[in-house]
Ligand binder design. Structure first.
Ligand code: DC
Length: 251
């Protein structure tokens, strides 16, 4: 049988032929971005920042002056928007949207709010599904978002739900933005973060919620290093010298 044919293969070997995925879902400011990048780096795995995709589509739609409540128009925009991540490492990758370096703009809370608004449209989520799944490559993928463990990679062998108290999440976001030279009021940020999480958790499609088989971690009062170690412990061979060999055949 040709390696590209899956008919006739038993289901167990079909699953084994897929690259492993570690999903890290959680609310904004839970530390999942930083933790996911560090964990991906430690494992030597690829990294998917799914929030950046929603932010990029929100931004591209705004550039095209599309009404963000128009689900069909935003979904069409998602399908034609070119999004490119530059560099995989411990640092934040640069993000290019339709050929423009949008890294800085995408980190603004306004971009987060626009992303959250368009992410509630099922048509937009559907337009981004295949793109997200295409990041699954050997030796493995760390995928960060809201529905990575529930919808995009439900068969992921490793799942974490990372959260922290609202106050701590706002404090972290405030510090992050300050370091980037963006000045915002702490109270305003706390309000925006809480409103965004409520919208993400209450939407009808792919709401923010832990997968049934996810490990629930609360990062309140813990250092990034501690959380990274806790997450790495979920992947059994993260401290082993020899990870399982990559199977031959299709990905
Ligand atoms: O992770 P983030 O803050 O960059 O995400 C921005 C918004 O995008 C978030 O408020 C909701 C949406 N999002 C989503 O709906 N599903 C994902 N997998 C990732 C992000």
């Amino acid at each position: 049988m040709s390696p590209s044919t899956s008919r006739g293969r038993d289901p167990a070997s079909a699953v084994a032929a897929k690259a492993p995925v570690l999903t890290i879902d959680g609310p904004s400011g839970s530390g999942k971005g930083t933790v996911s990048r560090l964990v991906a780096h430690a494992l030597g795995w690829h990294y998917l920042d799914s929030g950046a995709l929603y932010r990029a589509v929100g931004l591209a739609a705004a550039w095209e002056q599309i009404d963000l409540s128009d689900a069909e128009a935003v979904a069409a925009c998602a399908a034609r928007t070119a999004i490119r991540f530059d560099g995989e490492g411990e640092g934040e990758p640069r993000v290019w949207v339709n050929g423009k370096d949008a890294t800085h703009q995408l980190r603004m809370e306004t971009a987060g709010a626009a992303a959250s608004a368009i992410a509630a449209h099922p048509q937009v989520r559907a337009a981004l599904t295949d793109l997200q799944r295409s990041f699954r490559r050997f030796p493995g993928l760390v995928a960060d978002g809201r529905d990575m463990g529930t919808v995009i990679f439900p068969d992921a062998p490793f799942k974490v739900f990372l959260t922290a108290s609202a106050g701590e999440r706002a404090r972290r976001r405030h510090k992050q933005l300050k370091e980037k030279g963006v000045s915002v009021s702490f109270d305003g940020l706390l309000h925006e973060i809480t409103a965004r999480d409520e919208r993400d958790a209450s939407r009808a499609v792919a709401p923010l919620k832990p997968a049934d088989d996810a490990l629930f971690l609360d990062s309140t009062g813990r250092s990034i290093g501690e959380v990274v170690q806790q997450v790495l412990a979920v992947v059994p061979w993260s401290s082993a010298e020899d990870p399982p060999a990559r199977p031959s055949g299709p990905r």
